[in-house]
Design a protein around this ligand. Structure first.
Ligand SMILES: *Cc1c(COP(=O)(O)O)cnc(C)c1O
Length: 382
């Protein structure tokens, strides 16, 4: 079930409140409908990770600015992006990648090159720290070499997805400061990456305004070009509320529910990293004569539809104690890394898509959020 109004609201929030430019990280949800909603709400820049995403966004939004922010690309992908799709922004984290980009773009002089620094993932629920990013010890050399090749030089990083504390960005920006000072180069773009959180059971982050505030203050104190720009690359935060999924309970065994989506479907993260998506039972109250408002709640785990044991989701998922085969459950907040992860393994995965106008199961953007700093789930601010 798609909620276009929720995605548009998230996009307007970033466009209006983030103190710089917001690039949508397409991999979180590459649906063309979503891309058009974000564009209509004012998102003009798109962070793409593969040549397939380059083609998709170029086809869907001919006037969008594409930024190829995967630090390890094939020469063919860079070449096609630069020469056929007008991509001018690329990220890198090694001298080899720098040479590859220069070569594939025929030593073009109109490149914006962003050096990706390795930063800590300690405040995030999903690490993106170990795979990419240049260490501080190698950053000066790489920044200086990249400065020579770039028309515009950026520094970027990713604090990890679902970052539960704004402090993660302060810490990363301090590392950026050290790298810039060490290299003594003129920097034109600071890109704080993704990681902006959404709300899930047991994970209620501080309001996004807190993140934007500390990022703005720390950015303002960095030694960068006076005309420098601040960028961010939200994926999850722009797409999580866009979509949810209705699954059917096929069988109940104690507190285990067998449902028709799972590890190989949109619930990949629920199975593989134990992500707790919000759930609610959907019943026709009149026909079933059940008052769902007072039903006692109980924790359940899920099995997906395929034949292997890995297709299991620990949860816990809080549902009415009398839930049974034939009931339908809405699993919320699947717009980010949900639909995007689906496979057709074992012949499952077909869905019908509906557009609805009610509220998503939780929202960072509704304006009636209780102050989450009173909740125990929040990593404290320092
Ligand atoms: C995945 C990714 C993002 C988006 O991250 P979220 O945590 O979804 O905001 C942004 N930038 C890069 C380079 C990424 O790989």
């Amino acid at each position: 079930m798609n909620r276009p109004h929720a995605a548009a609201r998230a996009a307007r929030f970033f466009v209006e409140k983030f103190p710089g430019k917001s690039l949508y990280a397409v991999k979180a949800n590459p649906s063309p409908d979503l891309l058009r909603i974000l564009w209509d709400a004012g998102v003009t820049h798109y962070d793409v990770a593969s040549v397939v995403e380059v083609r998709l966004v170029r086809e869907t939004l001919p006037d969008a600015t594409l930024c190829f922010m995967h630090p390890v690309k094939s020469a063919g992908a860079i070449r096609e992006a630069y020469h056929s799709h007008g991509v001018r922004v690329f990220s890198l984290d090694s001298l080899e990648e720098l040479e590859k980009i220069k070569d594939a773009c025929d030593n073009a002089e109109d490149l914006t090159l962003c050096v990706r620094l390795r930063v800590s993932s300690e405040y995030s629920e999903l690490s993106l720290a170990s795979k990419f990013g240049c260490d501080l010890t190698q950053a000066a050399e790489l920044l200086q070499a990249t400065r020579q090749a770039a028309d515009s030089l950026g520094v970027c990083f990713h604090v990890g997805s679902q970052s539960m504390s704004p402090h993660a960005y302060v810490q990363a920006l301090e590392r950026v400061r050290a790298a810039i000072v060490d290299a003594s180069v003129l920097v034109d773009i600071i890109d704080v990456g993704g990681g902006f959180p959404s709300i899930y059971p047991g994970m209620e982050p501080p309001p996004l305004e807190d993140y934007f505030g500390v990022i703005d203050r720390t950015y303002e104190s960095l030694p960068v070009s006076y005309s420098a720009e601040l960028w961010c690359e939200p994926g999850r935060a722009l797409s999580a509320e866009y979509n949810s999924m209705i699954v059917r309970v096929e069988r109940r065994r104690g507190t285990e529910l067998y449902i028709n989506d799972g590890a190989y479907g949109a619930l990949f993260d629920a199975a593989h990293v134990g992500w707790r998506f919000p759930v609610r039972v959907l019943r026709n109250e009149v026909a079933n004569d059940v008052d769902i408002g007072v039903a006692e709640m109980e924790p359940f785990s899920f099995y997906g539809p395929t034949c292997d044991d890995m297709d299991h989701m620990e949860g816990p998922f809080e549902l009415p104690a009398d839930i049974r085969a034939g009931d339908y459950i809405e699993v919320g907040m699947l717009g980010a890394y949900g639909a995007a992860m689906k496979t057709a393994f074992n012949g499952f995965g077909a869905t019908d898509v509906f557009e609805v106008s009610d509220e998503p199961m939780s929202s960072q953007y509704r304006g009636d959020r209780r102050d989450p700093r009173v909740s125990d789930n929040v990593v404290s601010l320092r």
